[in-house]
Design a protein around this ligand. Structure first.
Ligand code: SF4
Ligand SMILES: [Zn+2]
Length: 164
């Protein structure tokens, strides 16, 4: 082959999306602390422009793995949620549409939110509002349980504005 003088394009790397991960600028502990799951999910859903790439990557990396080999929030999904969805995906022999989360769950339920996240879909306001309410309830319950006299006020609702 004759020398053409063309310079090969080496600028684009397969994992360039990692340079744009919103979690790179956040406290890593947030993604592994059980009581900060909602905060981490918020970063993934609202601020991260590469949630789709991140999801594809973690699906591939964890496919078929036991629950104990998964950890933290990734692509908006907690480790046990990814495990549950992966099991369903394998069971129905389709790696994108688990039978129980095939898009027929009504919006506003936790399963509907998980389905959106697993399919890398936009999160609609109804599902996000339900997630915010769920987090408030969990925080209030935890605060009452640990110290009834000093329960923290619920965090303000964060308006939904997705990055992608
Ligand atoms: S989706 Fe979440 S875990 Fe994945 S790169 Fe973005 S911020 Fe990080
Ligand atoms: Zn929904």
């Amino acid at each position: 082959m004759a020398y053409s003088g063309a310079v090969p394009d080496t600028a684009a790397r397969p994992l360039d999306w990692m340079d744009r991960m919103a979690c790179r600028e956040e406290d890593p502990d947030m993604f592994f602390a059980k009581d900060r799951q909602h905060e981490a999910r918020l970063i993934c859903v609202v601020r991260c422009p590469v949630r789709t790439e991140c999801l594809a990557s973690v699906k591939e990396a964890e496919r078929g793995a036991h629950r104990d080999y998964r950890d933290g929030i990734v692509a908006g999904l907690a480790h046990n949620e990814r495990w549950r969805l992966d099991v369903e995906a394998i069971r129905c022999k389709d790696d994108t549409v688990p039978l129980i989360l095939d898009g027929t769950e009504p919006c506003g339920t936790h399963n509907a939110l998980l389905g959106h996240l697993w399919r890398a879909e936009r999160i609609d306001p109804e599902c996000w509002s339900a997630e915010v309410r769920r987090d408030r309830l969990e925080r209030a319950t935890a605060a009452r349980t640990s110290n009834p006299a000093a329960a923290e006020p619920a965090p303000s609702e964060v308006p939904l504005k997705t990055a992608s």
